[in-house]
Ligand binder design. Sequence first.
Ligand code: 13P
Length: 253
Amino acid sequence: MRKQIAAANWKMNLSLAQAETLLNELVDSSPTLGAHQEAIFAVPAIYIPLALAKLANKANVFVAAQNCHQKEAGAYTGEVSASMLQSMGVKHIIVGHSERREYFTESDALLAEKVNAILAIHSTPIFCCGEPLAIREAETQNAFVEAQLKNSLFHLSAEDIIKVVIAYEPIWAIGTGKTASSAQAQDIHAYIRSCFASKYGEVVANEISILYGGSVKASNAKEIFSQPDVDGGLVGGASLVATEFTAIINALS
Ligand code: 13P
């Protein structure tokens, strides 16, 4: 059975004091997680030790990084490697968020290198894909997303691909309050799964968790998560409010 995941992406938000308050509220809220469910908190790198300390001993709860460098170590001033994150206790790393693709010009080829670096140290890449508005309006989103998957992931073996979590995040729905309808989410999630099925077979495709991201909130999470190919969400804005994110975790079916 594939995992259902509620993942928080705090992005570049919150002071140390605010981060501490939010973590305390999350700990107190004690959301319920089943055996196949996980809550993951991708906090700014500098708050990782704090989040690890606060969330320690919580079953099925993990602290993630929002990015890493593709190289293991070396003269890359300002960067953090996957193995450094792993040495702190981080097991999940977001790769290829649309904000990194856009503002830091991360290419599909670079993202393939990052995925390799993360898998090499037995951690989990949370690989983001998703189309801009013009592509959605031209109704070519399936081909666009398929190319992202092919270019950054299809070199992997079947054994490795099942270690990757996919986050489909249509760019037009991120931070806009405009969510894909549950039918739109289901359609493209099913398409993404069919791409994996064609390449790796049905059994492997059915093991891959595919999260939806883009204006997920407490009020719409249950409906989106109830779609058969939606295995949870990657949440930005609503993950900064403890009551909202706790409700989103509890919406995992
Ligand atoms: P919002 O939930 O704020 O739309 O952000 C989604 C996102 O980019 C999560 O990675």
